[in-house]
Design a binder for this molecule. Structure first.
Ligand code: EPZ
Length: 434
């Protein structure tokens, strides 16, 4: 198994091009199931999760054509990105998302809504637990039932059927769910009549999906608010839609600049996608400036500890919590980090303490006692994508050598991570057999 080796303590300087958002691209790909006409997605990232979703969709009968880098993306630039993918589902060939794929990538459940809406049937494996919590899909299922689907749970699979067409309904999510909102948005677009989703997720990836569905002929309003109105249509058609920039990749490299006390220009991204994180960074003493589609992040020693609490968008994203903890462990002073979205998302804590970080977990909160830039490198390993990258960040700041094991987690969500960092001065390499 590959590992990443870092010789830390080098301030990063340079430019990193931000790719398309994994968590926007995955539901957009699932939306390809909703029409027999081609759906073309631009600014697609190249990631393991995108390949996994591609494999699943091919099994369901989707033809996928991919282009190389788009014109305009300068491949000489660090981290050039932006592929085009065309999905075409002339006929649904299978309605089954097997355990093996769903277990590996929970976003596979996003085929449920589109399959039931277009084909009247879906068999999707229940995902089971994962490294960050139990993560059930009960809210997806209840909402689909409200739209008229019959749901049966058998042998670890959800079997959803609808005799004719789904029917619009009022859905009130008792808890904000990103994937649940996405599944219902897609299903309701082809339902008969109007659906209203209350307490809908407001993440920018939801807006990207709603814009895509509207470009395909759907009738969705209320994007960015907690209430979405969807007037169902009989069929959807071809469209060409850009994937929004990856706000978590943006935030991760912003922390890379800050934690190494360097300066990075993050290109091809948007400040508004990550305002809560940038606000906290500014409070900590990090300098952030916007310049067109670039954000410049610079930091010096003497950062302050800043408390954060993860919340649904526009709050501080849970997907930035581990990276924030790495940064705070190099601040001068204490900070409290509270996780409210997932029940088990402090798995990086024992690994961060191996760098010398002083972190204590009390229930859903962690107290980080920052002692300035004092981390020292260590061999570590992580259990999920964002935890892994927080260890890379700590390794970039730490003196001496760090070896991050289980690199496959990183490949799920960060495109050419080592190359992008190396181009900015990091001493980082992938090595075999960690
Ligand atoms: C999405 O997961 C993201 N994944 C996650 O990113 C992200 O952490 C999460 O949203 C929160 O922002 C994708 O977009 C592919 P939820 P999702 O449904 O949709 C509970 C990453 O690192 N819940 O908003 O699965 C659930 O257990 C990943 O890129 C139910 O109880 O998240 C959690 O506590 C990790 N029942 C909370 O709601 C349900 O039916 C929010 O989950 C559904 C969810």
């Amino acid at each position: 198994m590959d590992a990443i080796r870092i010789q830390g303590g080098v301030p990063l300087n340079g430019t990193i091009v931000i790719g398309g958002a994994k968590n926007a691209a995955l539901p957009l790909m699932a939306a390809g199931l909703l029409t027999s006409e081609p759906l073309t997605l631009t600014n697609m990232p190249e990631l393991a999760d995108i390949a996994t979703m591609g494999n699943l969709l091919r099994q369901l009968g989707v033809r996928i054509d991919q282009s190389a880098l788009e014109a305009g993306a300068d491949s000489a630039e660090a981290g050039a990105t932006g592929r085009t993918m065309t999905l075409r589902t002339e006929k649904v060939a299978s309605v089954t998302a097997p355990y093996d794929l769903v277990r590996r990538m929970r976003a596979s459940v996003l085929v449920l809504g589109p399959l039931v809406a277009r084909h009247g049937e879906a068999k999707v494996s229940l995902p089971g637990g994962c490294a960050i919590g139990t993560r059930p899909v009960d809210l997806h299922l209840k909402a689909l039932e409200a739209l008229g689907a019959k749901i049966e749970l058998k042998q670890g699979y959800v079997h959803a059927t609808v005799p004719k067409r789904l029917k619009g309904a009022q859905i009130i999510f008792p808890k904000v769910t990103v994937g649940g909102t996405e599944n219902i948005l897609m299903a309701a677009s082809l339902a008969e009549g109007e659906t209203i989703i209350e307490n809908a997720a407001r993440e920018p990836e939801i807006g990207n999906l709603a814009d895509c569905l509207n470009a395909m002929g759907a009738n969705i309003t209320g994007m960015g608010s907690g209430t979405l109105h969807i007037k169902g249509v009989e069929r959807l058609h071809a469209a060409r839609v850009p994937v929004i920039p990856d706000r978590i990749e943006t935030g991760t490299y912003a922390i890379a600049a800050a934690i190494t006390r360097g300066s990075l220009t993050l290109k091809g991204t948007r400040y508004d996608l990550l305002k809560s994180v940038f606000d906290s960074m500014v409070q900590a003493g990090v300098e952030i400036t916007q310049q067109g589609d670039s954000i410049i992040v610079s930091a010096k020693n003497g950062l302050k500890g800043v408390d954060i609490m993860t919340e649904p968008y526009p709050g501080f994203p849970t997907d930035m919590q581990a990276q924030w903890m790495a940064l705070m462990s190099t601040a001068d002073g204490a900070s409290m980090i509270t996780e409210t979205i997932f029940e088990n998302r402090f798995m990086h804590v024992p690994e961060l303490t191996r760098f010398g970080a002083d972190v204590n977990v009390h229930g859903t909160s962690a107290i980080v006692r920052g002692k300035g830039n004092h981390l020292s490198g260590a061999p570590v390993m992580a259990t999920d994508l964002r935890a892994s990258v927080s260890l890379v960040l700590a390794g970039l700041a730490a003196s001496g050598e760090t070896l991050v094991n289980r690199v496959y987690h990183l490949d799920r969500g960060y495109e050419r991570l080592e190359q992008k960092l190396e181009a900015c001065g990091a001493r980082i390499e992938r090595v075999g057999g960690g």
